[in-house]
Each structure stands twice: as C-alpha cells, then as structure tokens.
Design a protein around this ligand. Sequence first.
Ligand code: ADP
Ligand code: MG
Length: 253
Amino acid sequence: MTALLQVSDLHKSFGGVHALAGVSFALARGELVALIGPNGAGKSTCFNVINGQLAADRGRVLFEGRDLAGHGPREIWRRGVGRTFQMAATYASMTVAENVQVALLSRERQLTRWWVRAAEQHRDEALELLDQVGLRERADAPCSTLAYGDLKTLEVAVALSSRPSLLLMDEPTAGMAPGERNALMALTRALVRERGIGVLFTEHSMDVVFACADRIVVMARGELIADGLPEAIRDDARVRDVYFGSAPVGGLR
Ligand code: ADP
Ligand code: MG
C-alpha cells in the first residue's frame, strides 16, 4: 500500500549548517508519529520542507504517492496537508465558533454562499467539529476569554477544518502545563483513529511522546538516528547516547 507520506533522502543546509542531512521516513494513514530530537536537530526544517515553506536541496517528499516538489504551501495545503498555526491575535475578538467557520470558509472559497452572512455559514459544521474537540460549550465565547489550553485545542479544530489527510503539528503543546499536554495529544490520537488521518508532531515532553505516539522518529544534528515503536526507542542505545545522554529514555523528564 502507498504510504500517506514518504520522505526520502532530504537534505537542507543553511550556510554551513546541515539542518537535514539525508532524512528518510514514512507515515501511514491512521498513524500518530512523534518526530523528536534535541533543539537544532532539524525537526522544524523537516516540517517546513514537507509543507512547502522551504525547498529541499535534495531528496523527495511523496504525499499519497505524488511528488510535492515545486509546489508552494497553498497548493500543498489544498492537496490535504494541514498544519497547526498559533492563533493570530487578530482573531481574538471573534468567537470560538466564528474562528472555525472562517477556516471552513477558506477551505471552500469557490463554494462560498456569498448571499449568506459569514457569521451564519458553516455554523452547524463548526459546532460539530467543536463538539469533537470538546469545545462545544465555549462556541459563543470570544477567543480572548479562552484558557490557554482551550486556545491550543481550538488551533487543532481550525487545522482540521480543511479536512487534511495529513496533519503536521510542530510543538502543538508549547507553553502548556504537563497535564494539558497529555490531554491535547490524547485528543489528537482519538481524532487520528476516528478520521483515519496521519499526524506528525513534535513534543518536548517524553511522557507525552511515549504515552501517545504510535511510532517515534528520532533526529539528531540533521540525521535520522532511529525510527520505531516506543518500546524499541526507549531501549535504543544510539537514542540514549545521542539524545538523552546515558539516562534511560523513560526516566527522562
Ligand atoms: P529543531 O526544530 O529540531 O529545533 P531546526 O530545524 O529549527 O531544529 O534547526 C536545525 C538547524 O538549522 C539549527 O542549527 C538551526 O539553527 C538551523 N536553521 C534552521 N532554520 C534556519 C534558517 N532559516 N536560517 C539559518 N539557519 C537555520
Ligand atoms: Mg523546532
């Protein structure tokens, strides 16, 4: 079966820094994969190449079996590669539901029912999506009144409104408390199962990574040093060495 995402031999340098030095891995539908590694390992660069913000120096990105080379972020998004964005301050005055409605509208620009007020369009679909992420109760609250954890959850709902088949989440839980991190990634895991989408995410908390990821890909200094099930990664000598010093991975906080 064709992988949902296949990256092969990706290279990207910034001056003398090899941010990506031959990275290859694959991701299937219905899989939640953590991309981990110390700061500067090349994780964000990898995300940016996949979503078209950066052009690789070498290598290929295949999405649903098709080469994404030469396509910009908008086209790649249109094909079904979504990503989470930090909510822009300008949307703070809109309600939770309106934020999702705007995202739904941008997906279907060509189908916009221009004679219906924006505030009324896609309301039901937005509420359904908010229900799935547990924010239905807060639908009519202005975003500025949301707790930080709820705002991060809303970012996931907004990213899902374009119905991506692959969702890229670079540090989706940044700034969240440990308990909230677990909750957000557990929710993401449930959505992955429900929708049969693939998710690639980065996360600093090893607790969250080992509790939620189906598979873990480990990078260090631009290279992929391990790719496997959480149990295997926990015991991988190279991962311990390069990434975690000598402490067992599971014991790291
Ligand atoms: P990570 O997300 O794993 O922390 P990054 O992909 O952000 O790592 O960075 C990998 C390396 O590439 C780092 O050494 C970083 O300083 C460098 N780098 C990333 N983006 C740029 C850029 N736009 N210009 C110059 N160097 C960059
Ligand atoms: Mg990063």
